[in-house]
Design a protein around this ligand. Structure first.
Ligand code: SF4
Length: 1463
């Protein structure tokens, strides 16, 4: 079939709709208007005056539905209510802009994921195709706005009919690649389409003065944008015409930029004489690629004029204008952004250079009525004829737009001439509404009486027929108003019944009645007025405006009252309540207004518009209003929500939260609602009354019954209510508090457990019994989630008020009496608990049980103190003698989580879909570790966000599994891109020889994992209680034997992988990684997996760069005498680094050498050790669960014998081996054959670009040309390996260019390493990666002073005692204890052969230097030939050697004169 052509855009669009869709709905306009699409001839077209409902009804069965809209204003109000049900469906809405004014169509922009705009007929055809495919593939609503044309000479090239459906249904041709781009592998890089896949995805066609923008890397909306881009390329391939989201026209360095949304063509010819003016035309309105848009606004631009083809907009600022304002807000200097309108095209001349020149002359920052092009000829619908105070017209104009001439503002100022000032009082208006509604009821009764009289109806058959229809449709605004227009001419008052109807005729139409209350109106609504309105049940809508800026909220009591009005109304029951903010979500305002109007009863809408800046001399600017609104909404001060109790009757959730954060009051309200729902579930006999009743009496009965039942529920409990509040950082206090709560419940108490700060301080006095449980943080400070409460207590004390009289309390504190060893610091021990106990008494509270203190140093840890305290609580509450019939609920542990996870599934898949939070469920957070993912949050801004009422800035760490740390250049490039597009732009080379991404937000998780797998890497078992990434020495890459070792490490890693298919299901949509078949059966691990993490390393003497003894299992390679082939391994077992500060049951340990095995036996031995640990490891206490403790508990010989029994053979005697270092060798090395290697120094493994150090870029450039491999070292550095001889010059050139060849560092720096710690690691107690380089700067100077610049000293730092950077085998190490404070350790072996020991329990940066200076000096002066620093500190008497893990604490604190007691 050949291509066809159409003569109108509506015909072309309608044709595509008919060909592509399962169902086409043509929205019928109000009479006498006709649909534009009447000529479309297709069986699947259905006409509807309620198109939204039609689409929703057919949604389940339709592959693709299309709605054709000729008059958006008529359809908009109804459509908005149905959009939530449609926005994630395959629905295309083609909106024809009949009157040239985009205002109505653009109102949909904020409701649907995709909005396309076509300015020409050809574009309308092409985008209709694109929209249909996009919607079908993505299962998302797409709005396509276009202009209908009526030109017979129009010639639109159309696609053949038989190609449409195959195109719509074809599988994705341009899958999103790992860099997020739809890559043009099929020949799109050509001049035909004008889109060139250049280096950065842009093509600047300077010959034509045009730059087309193909978006790349947009972080926001990137997934939607990627999907759009992919489908646009598919469309391009079909129609051979480019569809660009944004098109730039003009010079490369303009000073003025016109942003165009409309039909007007402002081309290069028009702009050429102006020289410094450019224009951006927008065709993809949602998702608007703001970051890319910003990137395409040249830095030379100092003025932006946003021109939109709209006659007027309800709010002062249009959404597009605000998008541009916020996009450029951080640019320095910030361009002026000016808003203007663009007239429709009315003649062939179009926009001329002179028109633009005139516009530019008028365009100054305060410009009003800036306009380009012809005038709008369309008659504007008269807005509500009211004088509304200035800025508040934002809301009243929306009302006018939505409800048109049905809108009645009952207290509008235009009534003052008739009724006087009182007319604007909401109370007065309410009375008027009630009178009007009564009169309408009277009209209904009169009409019914008329219709029941056969004599009269037969006399007036036409009128009777219309009145019958009206009775049925009187509450439907569209139908009743249409009928009214037909009824009124037929009415006469010459007949008694008709006369009565005639006198009431103004009530035939269905009005939308609104009352407005605000500070700026004559009168605000008082509390009694609100109560009156709500209690009356009148069907009227109350719009309450709040103009108080967020930053001035404290000084305005009114604001608080407004917010309370919403809660008050919700508590009352049958009232529709919404809280909206026009400059936060315009779409939500529309939705709330439409729903309020539909609600049959009182509606209260709280509307935010921060304008009242008392000291401002001029009206608030757009940015100021935007910022205040954003602050208010993001902080939860002004949450956006809708509460529609009518939904309950339909079995739907009445509450919709439209913003992210709500504050405690609203949460409490919803909690109460949950209680009611709970009651209904527990007492089904109530359900019909509670849910199904409609009558007023029944509703009353419902409330009463629910309250009675709830009270009865509480009263049925034996004991008094007990509130347990806890403050906890590490989880110990939380666990204890929850345990107390659980035990309280078994004693019949009504118990609630929550954090200090989630409970309002003001409500403490209302609680009869509160048990406080708090741990100790930092330097005796309260934990994070208790600090606000402590502040409030201190504030109350400073006022001298006894505000807590009536409260009975008891406090239990957790601390560590040895954490602060210096006598002057002893008072930090359990300080929050002790302070709280004393201060509550000062505030008049009465202690019901004495302060309890738990000490980590006790035999049972804090349990020792707790066991004494808890009975006091039960005694005081009179439940100490209660017989406990139920078993105490068992605390949920990781073991429960693992077994309940169904082979590592948990509810991760569901959690990924939950957009209400950036986090996953806590239990899923444990399971994702097995998938290589840790949930973290940005701790730098945790407090700040908390103060703003926001949840932490959650981001995830993703760790790749990459045995031996070897990857290809292509994989390096993929990792680089993933970090750029999904993470925080940097990535880390870790101490376990792999890549780590940080700051990956939840919605980027799945695409990131998929991108990693596309690069033929994965993240399976990179963390979790399984065998983790297997390490392999990097440096011996020079030897043949290393190849065999690496093969062993890789094979072993794969043999010990979990076999669950969960990973593939959740992250890869069941696709298998590189063809590996996996089953839901764990032959190695079983359903519980291991008790704890399990680490393996393979070392190649004499290099111990993997720190083989620090691993659970180590394989020390033994080569044949020519060092050509691997004979086997000496096996070590029982190493491990993790410790808990001051918990002497925990200690670091080095692996013991078990003996020699062959390579084949080594696999069996690894499995045997793993399963022995699986079956014998401690699953009760995770702190004591590592293999090292299992071996010490079982005894080395018993453990070894069990391993041999499982393996079926015995270890041979260990073979001799020698290690000489565990650091890396930097610079060039010649390998075997033609291969060369260069080791790059990457400080602490962080790959990033910094000023003057573009390492990330440099390595990317190297990866683009490198022909060998990359090898990550366990010291977090990088070997560019296997460089062929002839490639050396090119690599050298790049190394030099990016300063990657700089190795001019001190021996100390080259031998150092640090873990990540702040800001991402949730366990960090102190800085590490960010602080060690600073510390080294200083220590380095000391070394230089004493001539030790080139001496290697292994110095390591970690942010907590978990020991990720293996600090316990360093010669000198620092382990974070609290911000700025570290445990200092000395005496480790230079090549990882000996543990170090605690030298000082707590040192600051200053103290570190004071300690090290004399020590380094002595080392320089007194060291023996070749003596290492760690050995020297022992020989010189600073520290005792550590001979085994169990003796690690012995003689800690230094020797002799250097000793400080740490006990
Ligand atoms: S050592 Fe502690 S702070 Fe550092 S990365 Fe590991 S867990 Fe985090």
């Amino acid at each position: 079939m050949s291509a066809t052509s159409s003569t109108s855009s509506q015909a072309a669009v309608g044709r595509i709709a008919a060909l592509a869709s399962t169902l086409v709905v043509d929205a019928l306009p109000r009479l006498p208007l006709k649909t534009l699409f009447a000529s479309i001839n297709a069986a699947r077209i259905r006409c509807s005056s309620d198109p939204g409902s039609t689409l929703v009804r057919n949604n389940a069965n339709a592959e693709l539905q299309t709605l054709l809209v000729s008059t958006p204003r008529d359809v908009l109000p109804d459509l908005i209510t149905h959009i939530p049900a449609l926005q994630h469906s395959s629905v295309v809405i083609h909106v024809a802009v009949t009157n040239d004014d985009l205002v109505d169509a653009l109102a949909l922009r904020l409701h649907v994921p995709f909005v396309l705009y076509s300015s020409t007929s050809q574009q309308a055809h092409d985008q209709a195709l694109l929209a249909s495919r996009l919607s079908r593939l993505e299962k998302k609503a797409v709005v396509h706005i276009f202009h209908p044309t009526f030109d017979e000479n129009e010639h639109i090239i159309e696609i053949e009919a038989d190609k449409v459906l195959p195109f719509i249904r074809a599988e994705q041709h341009h899958p999103i690649t790992s860099n997020g781009h739809a890559n043009g592998t099929n020949g799109h890089a050509n001049s035909v389409n004008g889109l060139t896949n250049g280096v950065n995805g842009h093509h600047l066609d300077m010959a034509h003065g045009l730059a087309s923008l193909a978006p790349a890397n947009p972080k926001d909306n990137h997934l939607l944008f990627d999907a759009y881009e992919s489908v646009s390329l598919d469309t391009l391939a079909l129609v051979r015409r480019a569809l660009r989201p944004i098109t730039y026209t003009g010079p490369s360095n303009p000073s003025t930029l016109l942003v165009i949304l409309g039909q007007a063509v402002i081309d290069g010819k028009c702009l050429a004489p102006l020289q410094d003016v450019g224009a951006l035309s927008i065709t993809l309105l949602s998702p608007l690629a703001i970051p890319k848009l910003l990137a395409r606004i040249p830095l030379s631009v100092n003025r932006i004029i946003v021109l939109e083809q709209i006659s007027s907009w309800p709010t002062k600022y249009t959404p597009l204008f605000l998008d541009i304002v916020s996009a450029v807000q951080h640019r320095e200097p910030r361009p002026n952004v000016i808003s203007g309108s663009l007239g429709p095209v009315v003649d062939a001349k179009g926009i001329t250079t002179t028109d633009v020149q005139k516009l530019l002359l008028k365009a100054v920052p305060q410009s009003k009525s800036l306009h380009l092009g012809s005038s709008f000829s369309i008659p504007q619908r008269a807005p509500a004829t009211v004088e509304i105070p200035s800025h508040e017209t934002a809301y009243t104009k929306i009302l006018s737009m939505l409800f048109g001439d049905r809108l009645v503002i009952e207290n509008a100022p235009d009534r003052i001439p008739v009724y006087g000032e009182i007319a604007t009082r909401p109370e007065f208006a309410l009375s008027r509404v009630q009178v009007e509604l009564e009169e309408r009821d009277e009209l209904v009764r009169a009409v019914q009486a008329f219709l029941q009289d056969e004599k009269r109806t037969s006399s007036y058959p036409d009128l009777s027929s219309l009145l019958t229809k009206w009775i049925l449709a009187k509450d439907d605004s569209t139908q009743s108003n249409s009928l009214t227009e037909q009824i009124l001419p037929l009415l006469s008052d010459d007949e008694s019944t008709l006369h009565h109807i005639h006198t009431l005729r103004r009530h035939f139409s269905h009005s939308s009645r609104w009352i407005i209350g605000s500070d700026a109106w004559s009168y605000d609504l008082g509390a009694s007025g609100l109560h009156h309105l709500i209690a009356s049940g009148t069907n009227v809508n109350l719009l309450l405006l709040d103009t108080t800026p967020y930053t001035l909220r404290e000084s305005s009591p009114n604001a608080r009252n407004k917010k309370d009005a919403g809660l008050y109304a919700m508590n009352h029951g049958d009232v529709f309540v919404a809280s909206v903010a026009v400059y936060s979500s315009y779409g939500q305002v529309l939705q709330a207004f439409v729903e309020a109007e539909k609600f049959n009863g009182p509606s209260v809408i709280l509307a935010y518009l921060p304008y009242e800046f008392p000291l401002a001399t001029e009206p608030a600017g757009a940015l100021q209003v935007l910022k205040e609104t954003k602050l208010a909404v993001d902080a939860g001060y002004w949450p956006l929500y809708r509460w529609d109790p009518s939904k309950e009757r339909l079995g739907q959730e009445p509450f919709s939260l439209d913003s992210e954060v709500i504050k405690a009051e609203l949460e409490a309200f919803l909690d109460r609602q949950n209680h009611l729902s709970q009651l209904v579930r527990n007492a089904p006999e109530m359900a019909s009354e509670v849910v199904g009743s409609l009558g007023q009496n029944l509703k009353e009965a419902r409330r009463k019954k629910a309250q009675e039942s709830y009270a009865a529920l509480l009263n049925s409990l034996d004991g008094p209510p007990l509130h347990v509040l806890y403050a906890s950082d590490g989880g110990a206090a939380e666990k204890l508090a929850k345990r107390l709560g659980a035990r309280g419940k078994t004693r019949g108490l009504a118990v609630r457990v929550q954090t200090f700060d989630s409970f309002p301080f003001a409500d403490l006095a209302n609680e009869p019994y509160i048990a406080f449980v708090t741990s100790t943080a930092g330097q005796g400070e309260p934990p994070q989630n208790g600090r606000d409460t402590f502040k409030a207590i201190n504030a109350a004390i400073s006022k001298g008020d006894k505000v807590l009289t009536g409260l009975k309390y008891s406090v239990f504190g957790l601390g560590d009496s040895h954490y602060w060893p210096r006598p002057e610091d002893k008072h930090y021990y359990n300080r929050p608990g002790k302070d709280l106990d004393a201060k509550l008494a000062l505030l008049g509270a009465e202690r019901f049980a004495d302060l309890g203190l738990g000490d980590d140093q006790e035999a049972d840890g804090p349990q020792t103190g707790y066991k004494t305290w808890e009975p006091l609580v039960w005694k005081a509450l009179g439940v100490d003698n209660v017989e406990i019939l139920e078993a105490e609920p068992e605390a949920i542990t990781n073991e429960h989580i693992k077994i309940a996870s169904n082979f590592l599934r948990g509810t991760i898949a569901e959690g990924l879909l939950d957009t209400s939070t950036g986090a996953l469920a806590p239990t899923d957070g444990q399971i994702t570790k097995f998938h290589g993912i840790y949930e973290q949050d940005d701790r730098d801004i945790r407090e700040e966000r908390k103060e703003q009422g926001l949840e932490p800035a959650y981001g995830f760490m993703i760790r790749v599994r990459m045995p031996g740390g070897v990857c290809t250049p292509a994989q390096w490039l993929a990792i680089d891109r993933i970090a750029e597009e999904r993470g925080n732009s940097t990535f880390k080379l870790t101490t376990r020889q792999t890549f780590q991404f940080h700051g990956v937000i939840k919605r980027h998780l799945k695409p990131s994992i998929q991108a990693i797998n596309r690069a033929l890497l994965d993240t399976i078992a990179a963390c979790g209680d399984v065998n983790r990434n297997v390490l392999c020495s990097s440096m011996p890459a020079l030897k043949n034997v290393h190849t065999e070792m690496y093969t062993f490490a890789k094979t072993l890693s794969e043999r010990l992988m979990p076999r669950t298919t969960a990973y593939h299901e959740i992250w890869l949509d069941k696709k298998m990684v590189a063809g590996d078949a996996v089953k839901d059966f764990e032959p190695m691990y079983g359903p519980y997996y291991l008790p704890r993490k399990f680490k393996i390393a393979v070392a190649c003497p004499p290099h111990n760069d993997v720190d083989v003894f620090a691993n659970d299992v180590g394989f020390i390679a033994i080569a044949d005498k020519d060092e050509q082939h691997l004979l086997g391994f000496n096996v070590t077992a029982g190493g491990g680094m993790g410790v808990t500060h001051s918990n002497k049951k925990t200690y670091p340990r080095l692996g013991d050498v078990f003996g020699f095995v062959t390579v084949e036996q080594a696999y069996i031995i690894a499995e045997s050790i793993l399963t022995t640990q699986r079956d014998n490891g401690n699953r009760q206490d995770r702190k004591n669960a590592r293999l090292k403790y299992t071996i010490d508990r079982m005894g080395l010989d018993v453990f070894k014998a069990e391993v041999e029994r499982r393996a079926g053979f015995k270890f041979q005697s260990a073979r001799p081996f020698t290690f000489d270092s565990n650091v890396d060798y930097f610079g060039w090395h010649k390998g075997t054959g033609d291969k060369h290697h260069f080791t790059v120094f990457i400080e602490n493994g962080r790959v990033q670009d910094e000023p003057g150090k573009d390492f990330k870029t440099g390595l990317r450039e190297i990866a683009k040309v490198h022909k060998g491999t990359f090898r990550l070292t366990c010291n977090q550095h990088l070997i560019i390996a296997d460089i062929p001889e002839k490639e050396i010059p090119r690599i050298k050139e790049l190394l030099k260019k990016y300063k990657l060849d700089n190795l001019d560092f001190s021996g100390l720096r080259l031998s150092s390493s640090a873990c990540v710690a702040f800001p991402t690691c949730g366990l960090a107690m102190a800085e590490s990666e960010r602080y060690l380089p600073v510390l080294i700067d200083k220590v380095e100077r000391i070394c230089e002073e004493y001539g030790l610049r080139n001496d290697s000293i292994v110095m390591r730092m970690t942010g907590c005692p978990n020991g990720c950077a293996r600090p316990y085998v360093a010669e000198v190490a620092f382990v974070g204890k609290s911000p700025g404070v570290y445990v200092m350790l000395l005496g480790g072996g230079y090549y990882g052969q000996r543990l170090n020991k605690i030298y000082r329990e707590s040192v600051t940066g200053h103290e570190i230097l004071e300690i090290l200076r004399p020590m380094i000096k002595r080392y320089a002066l007194e060291r023996l030939e070749g003596e290492r620093f760690g050995d020297f500190t022992i020989r010189a008497g600073y520290i005792a050697p550590t001979t085994s893990g169990k003796e690690w604490y012995d003689r800690a604190g230094g020797e002799g004169e250097y000793h400080i007691d740490t006990a």
